[in-house]
Design a protein around this ligand. Sequence first.
Ligand SMILES: O=C(O)CCC(=O)C(=O)O
Length: 335
Amino acid sequence: MAPGPRTAPALAAAAAAAALLLALLAAPRGAAAFSVGDVAAARMRAAAAAAEGGEPAKPADPAAAHDAAGAAAAAAAFAAITGEPSAAAADAAARRRGAPLIRMLSWSPRAMLWEGFASAAECDHLASLAAPHLAKSDVVDSDTGEVVQSRERTSSGWFLPRRRADSVVAELEERIARWAQIPASNGEPFHILRYNPKEEYTAHFDSFHDQVNVQNGGQRIATVILYLSDVEEGGETVFPDSPTRPSEAESAGFSACARNGLGVRPRKGDALLFFSLKPDGVTQDATSLHAGCPVGHGTKWIATKWIRVGQHQDWGQEGEEGGTPLEGEPSHSEL
Ligand SMILES: O=C(O)CCC(=O)C(=O)O
């Protein structure tokens, strides 16, 4: 069974951590910037000094002293909240417990990854529902409303029938709604895509740049991409205009395409949530431009959930068969 929503202790810990961060941000110069690495280093220095029976050496610079005090306080709070000495140890412990592990990847765009969002059985179920229906991907031209074959998305795809026809689908949609904190009824039906080698989805926005597509449910505010398969090589999702870059270790094995931005490796069961609108819910976030890199080796399966600011009109019509592209695919001529 896939992990459920965050537990109350985890929420309390997150709130305490946020409070600590706010306190540090509100503190005078020198106190705001710290990383988990700084925190761990400060703790180790303090522990070494204590073991030797002395006080930690006092930095000459008052701002540095303030930093060290802030870092030590943050480290103590982190350890008290998580019971773990470092973020890496907390992650490892969370994995051992089977707890959900959500990583904030970037603030521009706002993007986070939930590792192990769906079980292997849930992923296989979605792929097997789609497999008999896959057709070369279409897009809807925003100017003419015509369904045309996509040159930008060379994969094959299928829109799942409406929810409640399938309890696995309904459960995944509810899980997404809890995570994004947006009602499930604002979501378009899942769109399942399969990419064979060399297939890709070139850079595009999920938000619309026309007045036609927003008539049903308003603008797309967020997207969840659920990876239904591992991919041997390539097939990463990439945000080329994000200023955030993964570390060397995180991007080891990435294709050249994924290195050209903030890359996310497709891993079966992981889910990527990102926002196409800024927190005001209106302004489009230019850094949400993204692409599905060409697959090198293997086959990539994903299920995409586009989420609107309002209720999506067809929601609740049960028993409708999928396979018909909905309006709402942005025309690349306008991007
Ligand atoms: O294949 C990917 O990683 C990206 C898919 C995508 O951009 C989409 O479905 O909107």
